[in-house]
Design a protein around this ligand. Structure first.
Ligand code: APR
Ligand code: PHB
Length: 419
C-alpha cells in the first residue's frame, strides 16, 4: 500500500489532518488502534478557542456546531466565572480581547470528523496494532502494522504521529535527540455528566480550601462537573451523593443554592500532568497533538493545541507538494512549540491558581488570593486571562517568516547576556 502521508491515530488531530489534506488534494491513510465505536464514545473537554472555531468552519465541519443552541448546536460563551472561597468574579472575553469561545464537546467534533472522512473517501484503517515506523531519515519512510493478524506495510513520503499521549510515534525519535519536560500534579480530576440543567449560563472555575471544582455543560439538560480529588482515589470511592455534597461545599453559596443534582450518567477520574516532548519533527516524522504534549485540562487547551498543530502541518505539507518548498516543514517544530509552551504555561498557571496543593502552606494560599484579587481589580490582568483562554493565534505566517524579536530561549551566560 502507498500514500503520500501516513497518519498514526484518528483522534481529533489525526482525523482533522486527514480531512484538511484531502481538501488540499494530498492523499493520506489513517491508522487507528481502537474501534470506531470506541473513538466516538470518548468523553473529553468541550471548549473551542475562537481560532479553532474558525478552522472547523473553514474546513466545512461546523454545520452541527453552528445550528441554534436550542437545537443542540454549539453554545458561544462570552466569559467565565472564577471563585475563591466566597469571592466571585467574571472575566468577560469580547470586552477584553474581542473574541469568545464555543462550548462544543470534543465528542461532537470527533463525530463530525469521522463523518467528513467517510464523505471524503479517506482510507481509515481501525483496530490495527503493532505500529512501527521505518526509515525516517530517508526519502522513503514506511509504517508496518498488523490488522486481522496479518502484517501490512504502508509506504509514504511523510509520517505524522497523532497517536496521543500514550502513543509510540515520538519514541521513534532517537533518545539522544529527544528531550522531555514534565510536571505531575499531586491530584486528579473526578468528572461526571448528569442530565440536569447547568448551575450557571457560564463556566465556573472554583478554588476552595477543600479543593478545586469546575462547573461546565454540554447543553441545557446536560451538565459536566469536575472535582479535584486525591491521585489515589478510584471512581468507586465517589458515590453520586458524595460528589454532589462535595461540589456544593466548594462553590460560592449562591451557586450552591442553584445547583440541581441528579444521577450521573458518566463518571471517571483523570490524572493531571504537563508534558512536552521536543522536537516535534525528526526526518520524515512530524508529531501533532497529544503525541507531543499534554496539558492539565484546567485551561481546556488539549484539543485546541491539537488543532493548531494540525493547521501548521497541513500548511507545511501543502507548501512542500505545491511549491517544492520545505522551509515551512523545517520550521514546523520550532513554530508549533512556541505556541505549545504558551498554552502549557497558561494551563499550569490556572491549575496553580485554582487547586489546593497538599504540600503547600498558607503562603501559597495568600499568593492565590493575591492573584485572584489582581484579576478582580485589573482590566489588564483580565485581558491577559481572556487572551490566553480564548486562544492565541495559530502562527501559520511564522512557518515562513519568523518574527525577528522572537528568539528560542538559550542558556544565559554568567553576565546575563545571551551566548
Ligand atoms: N497506533 C495507532 N493508533 C494509536 C496508537 C498506536 N500505537 N496509540 C494511540 N493511538 C490512537 C488512540 O487510540 C487515539 O484514537 O491515537 C489517537 C490519539 O487521539 P487523542 O488521544 O484524542 O489525541 P489527539 O488526537 O492528539 O487529540 C488531542 O484529544 O485526547 C484528547 O485531551 C486530548 O483534548 C486533547 C485532544
Ligand atoms: C468540559 O466541559 O469538559 C471542560 C471545560 C473546561 C475545562 C475543562 C473541561 O477547562
Amino acid at each position: 500500500m502507498r500514500t503520500r502521508v501516513a497518519i498514526v491515530g484518528a483522534g481529533p488531530a489525526g482525523s482533522l489532518l486527514a480531512h484538511l489534506l484531502h481538501g488540499a488534494g494530498i492523499d493520506s491513510v489513517v491508522l487507528e488502534r481502537r474501534s470506531r465505536a470506541y473513538v466516538l464514545g470518548r468523553v473529553r473537554a468541550g471548549v473551542l478557542e475562537a481560532g479553532s472555531v474558525r478552522v472547523l468552519r473553514d474546513a466545512g465541519l461546523a454545520g452541527r456546531m453552528d445550528a441554534p443552541t436550542a437545537d443542540g448546536g454549539g453554545d458561544p460563551h462570552d466569559g467565565v466565572g472564577l471563585s475563591l472561597d466566597q469571592g466571585h468574579l467574571r472575566i468577560g472575553f469580547t470586552e477584553a480581547v474581542g473574541r469568545r469561545v464555543m462550548l462544543w464537546g470534543q465528542t461532537e467534533v470527533q463525530h463530525d470528523l469521522y463523518d467528513a472522512l467517510d464523505a471524503d473517501g479517506v482510507t481509515l484503517l481501525d483496530e490495527i496494532d503493532d505500529v512501527e515506523l521505518h526509515d525516517l531519515t530517508t526519502d522513503a519512510p514506511s509504517v508496518t502494522f498488523t490488522r486481522d493478524g496479518a502484517t501490512q506495510r504502508l509506504d509514504c513520503d511523510w509520517i505524522v504521529g497523532c497517536d496521543g499521549s500514550r502513543g509510540t510515534s515520538r519514541l521513534a525519535i532517537p533518545e539522544d535527540l529527544r528531550r522531555t519536560y514534565e510536571r505531575a500534579y499531586p491530584f486528579g480530576w473526578l468528572g461526571i455528566l448528569s442530565e440536569t440543567p447547568p448551575v450557571d449560563d457560564e463556566l465556573i472555575y472554583a478554588s476552595h480550601e477543600r479543593g478545586f471544582a469546575l462547573c461546565s455543560m454540554r447543553h441545557a439538560m446536560l451538565s459536566r462537573y469536575y472535582l479535584q480529588c486525591d491521585d489515589t482515589d478510584v471512581v468507586e470511592d465517589w458515590s453520586d451523593d458524595r460528589f454532589w455534597t462535595e461540589l456544593s461545599e466548594r462553590l460560592p453559596d449562591e451557586a450552591a443554592a442553584a445547583l440541581v443534582t441528579g444521577p450521573s450518567v458518566e463518571k471517571s477520574i483523570a490524572p493531571l500532568r504537563s508534558f512536552v516532548s521536543e522536537p516535534m519533527r525528526h526526518g520524515r516524522l512530524l508529531l501533532a497533538g497529544d503525541a507531543a504534549h499534554v496539558v492539565p485540562p484546567t485551561g481546556a487547551k488539549g484539543l485546541n493545541l491539537a488543532i493548531g498543530d494540525v493547521v501548521l502541518v497541513e500548511a507545511a505539507l501543502r507548501r512542500h507538494y505545491d511549491d517544492g518548498d520545505d522551509e515551512a516543514l523545517d520550521r514546523y517544530s520550532e513554530t508549533a512549540l512556541r505556541r505549545v509552551w504558551k498554552a502549557v504555561r497558561f494551563s499550569w498557571w490556572l491549575t496553580t491558581l485554582t487547586h489546593r496543593f497538599p504540600d503547600r502552606d498558607d503562603f501559597d494560599r495568600r499568593i492565590q488570593a493575591a492573584e485572584f484579587h489582581h484579576l478582580a481589580t485589573s482590566p489588564h490582568a483580565r485581558a491577559t486571562f481572556a487572551d490566553n483562554y480564548t486562544g492565541l493565534p495559530i502562527p501559520v505566517d511564522q512557518l515562513t517568516t519568523p518574527p525577528e524579536h522572537v528568539t528560542t530561549p538559550q542558556t544565559p551566560t554568567a553576565t546575563g547576556a545571551r551566548a
